[in-house]
Design a protein around this ligand. Structure first.
Ligand SMILES: Nc1nc2c(ncn2[C@@H]2O[C@H](COP(=O)(O)OP(=O)(O)O)[C@@H](O)[C@H]2O)c(=O)[nH]1
Ligand SMILES: [Mg+2]
Length: 399
């Protein structure tokens, strides 16, 4: 099951009160609370350390944390996986950061998609891929998955002390050797069509040697960006979670309203299924308009708090959603059916619907089913687009 994003950033009580507040129409209040947390920078960050088994992930985590492999609380090192599940370790140098030791991407016998699921790949905010001796296909696949999410990562060539030793034995210049390794990594990222990340050549055993100090200072200086990217990327899911109780309640009401079209519309106005659908759709839509949305006054408050003109907030929240044919096609079909029934009734061709008997039931059903389904789909769509406006408004306010 996907992990809750809301509970990652808020305590149980705060998350519940955000949901209740939103259900009571406090959209702007909810947005401002999200903004407060974002501005405080007091957000937890999960950094995944991943790569093949034996690449040096656990050693790297221990060295970052200033512990040795045998110390209490250190990640177990040495050719075996402590667990098939990721393990998180606090990183004292940066507040609220955890380094997560992931099982080797080659060690569980998993195909990539199962591996990603097992380690809850998308739950991390930043990634460090550790690779030894050469670029692997799995490095390319993992980096693509990271970039698809819009998140950042570093690439580490570990055990560079071994490379240094080999080069020395072969009389190769180490500076030139390092340049070639970097170039090889860059070429491989270009080959797999991934924007190359910062690349560090390190020995997990030497915190002051090679690129280790550079890596630590890069992480410290990228930290603000990592935090704000993580929070921004979490907004759509956080909003969905905040909106969930309200959406569920309104979905129930929409379902009941659509169901009402059967007894009321078809029995009272059986000749005009399209008219019934229109009546229910318009009244349902007006109800949703009253239930959801942000008033001018609230927009003014938000505008003052985030320093963005009301016109800009409005333009952002009214951005049209991409056309979804999967929703549009059934609506068109149902509308055509309801229209067909209305035309048949009005032109006296409704005898078609009486077949095979003179019973009016088939005729009613022909009108009732598309009317009900059309009303439901239309209102569900309206509900989702109103909720989406709130999400767009949140994005705009926190931008
Ligand atoms: N020479 C050298 N050995 C390393 C380095 N990093 C890890 N090792 C060794 O490689 C082996 C596997 O390391 P480990 O951290 O358990 O790899 P993991 O499976 O990726 O977690 C251990 O014997 C480590 O001591 C490194 O940078 N240099
Ligand atoms: Mg390990």
């Amino acid at each position: 099951m996907a992990q809750s994003v809301l509970y990652k950033y808020f305590s149980d009580v705060e998350a519940k009160s955000l949901q209740t507040g939103y259900s009571n129409g406090e959209v702007v209040k909810a947005i401002l609370r999200l903004k407060r947390v974002m501005d405080s920078g007091n957000v937890p960050i999960k950094i995944a350390v991943l790569g093949d088994g034996g690449a040096g992930k656990s050693t790297f985590i221990n060295t970052m944390r200033g512990v040795r492999s045998g110390d209490q609380g250190a990640a177990p090192v040495g050719g075996y996986e402590a667990s098939v599940n990721p393990v998180g370790y606090p990183y004292p140098s940066l507040p609220n950061v955890q380094l997560w030791d992931l099982p080797g991407s080659n060690s569980l016998g998993f195909e990539m998609s199962r591996y990603l699921k097992q380690v809850q790949f998308e739950s991390y905010d930043f990634y460090i891929i550790v690779s030894q001796s050469r670029f692997r296909e799995s490095d390319g696949e993992l980096s693509k998955k990271i970039q698809q999410q819009g998140k950042g990562f570093y690439y580490i060539r570990s055990k560079i002390d071994n490379d240094a030793f080999s080069m020395q034995m072969q009389g190769t210049d180490f500076g030139e050797g390092q340049r070639q390794i970097r170039q090889d990594c860059l070429n491989n990222f270009h080959r797999v069509s991934v924007e190359p990340p910062p690349i560090f050549l390190i020995s997990g055993l030497e915190v002051t040697g090679y690129d280790f100090p550079k890596l630590q200072s890069a992480l410290a200086s990228d930290f603000q960006k990592i935090k704000s990217t993580a929070f921004r990327l979490a907004i759509p899911r956080m909003m969905q979670e905040i909106q969930r109780p309200r959406r569920q309640m309104l979905m129930w009401r929409i379902g009941l309203w659509a169901l009402l079209t059967v007894p009321l519309g078809v029995l009272l106005a059986p000749r005009f299924p399209l008219f019934t659908a229109a009546l229910f759709m318009v009244s349902g839509w007006m109800y949703l308009r009253r239930q959801l949305g942000v008033s001018e006054r609230e927009l003014g408050t938000l505008s003052g708090a985030v320093g963005k003109p009301v016109s800009q907030l409005k333009a952002d929240m009214d951005r049209p959603s991409p056309r979804n044919w999967q929703v549009l096609v059934p609506k068109l079909l149902l509308g055509t059916m309801a229209l067909g029934c209305t035309v048949a009734w009005c032109t006296g061709r409704d005898s078609l619907f009486r077949w095979p008997s003179v019973s009016p039931v088939p005729r009613w059903l022909c009108g009732a089913v598309p009317t009900m389904a059309l009303t439901f789909l239309f209102l569900k769509d309206s509900l989702d687009s109103r909720l989406r406006s709130d999400e767009l408004l949140t994005n705009s306010a926190l931008d």
